[in-house]
Each structure stands twice: as structure tokens, then as C-alpha cells.
Design a protein around this ligand. Structure first.
Ligand SMILES: [Zn+2]
Length: 162
């Protein structure tokens, strides 16, 4: 997926998650959307830095990198929500294009989902929107039934005693 697709995905995801975390639809919702928008967009752009540093779709497209961004806010109390952008970048590359990503890098095998469309395809935007809707639904289920996303970091910090 190209940068345009990743930014579209990040912005739509921030809006959707804003309503999941703060469903009132008033000023509070828009504050949450604003709070999410920049970190998620930065996260969504970050993995493709490996087009210039390292090996594209390998060096910054893997689960160890995602783990760093999940753990970072728990340890250092900054860069909250950037991991969501990283995760959604991986999902979009896995599902929204023909080439896969090396999820377990330095193990070099690239994983892919067979539903991808070429990055240049006219269907790329609609695939991006469909994937984003599915992601918002998944986050909503996690937030409502498993762990509240907006307090998860603080809860984990308390549990592990950091
Ligand atoms: Zn990528």
C-alpha cells in the first residue's frame, strides 16, 4: 500500500476509534479523534521508512517492531497510540496489496493474505475503507469486551509495577 492509502486508513481509523472510545458525538469525541489522529498517522507512516533504511517490507514491517511500540508507552509513558498506526500499516500491507511482509524478521519469509489487490489498482481505496471498517469493529469488540483501550496502558503499568 502507498503512503496515500496508509494516511487514508489512519485518518478514518482515528475517527472510528474516536467514536468507540467516546461515543457521545459531542466535543469530547472530537477531542479524542484529535488526540488519536497524529499518533496513529505517524505510526502508519513509520514502517515504510525501511524503503530507505534497511530492507523494505522487512526491517520495520515485523512483530518485534510492533512489540516495541506496544511496550514503549507502558515503560516511558509517551508515544501512546502510535502502535495502532504500526499495526494497521501491517494489516493494510498484508491484505491490501499483492506482496507480503516479513512478520518474523530477521526470518526473511514474507507473509501475505490472498485477498490483496495491487497498490496501483483502482480498487485500492475501497479495499482500504473496507479494511478500516473491519479494524474499527475489531477494536470496538476488544474495547467493550476485553480491555478498555484508553486505560489499558495505565492498567498494565499498574499490574507490572512500573
Ligand atoms: Zn509498508
Amino acid at each position: 500500500m502507498n503512503k496515500r492509502g496508509h494516511v487514508l486508513n489512519a485518518i478514518l481509523l482515528a475517527i472510528g476509534l474516536g467514536y468507540v472510545l467516546e461515543p457521545s458525538g459531542d466535543i469530547e469525541t472530537f477531542i479524542v479523534i484529535a488526540q488519536l489522529s497524529i499518533p496513529i498517522t505517524l505510526g502508519a507512516l513509520f514502517p515504510d521508512v525501511d524503503t530507505d533504511f534497511g530492507k523494505h517490507r522487512k526491517t520495520l514491517h515485523n512483530l518485534p517492531i510492533l512489540a516495541i511500540f506496544v511496550i514503549w508507552p507502558i515503560v516511558f509513558n509517551n508515544l501512546h497510540y502510535v502502535w495502532i498506526g504500526i499495526l494497521t500499516h501491517y494489516i493494510l500491507d498484508l491484505a491490501g496489496s499483492k506482496r507480503g511482509i516479513a512478520l518474523f524478521y530477521p526470518y526473511k519469509k514474507e507473509y501475505n493474505l490472498p485477498i490483496g489487490v495491487p497498490v496501483s489498482s483502482s480498487k485500492a481505496d475501497i479495499v482500504t475503507v473496507i479494511i478500516t471498517v473491519a479494524e474499527v469493529a475489531l477494536f470496538a469488540v476488544v474495547h467493550w469486551y476485553i480491555i478498555p483501550l484508553d486505560t489499558a496502558g495505565a492498567e498494565i503499568t499498574t499490574v507490572v509495577g512500573l
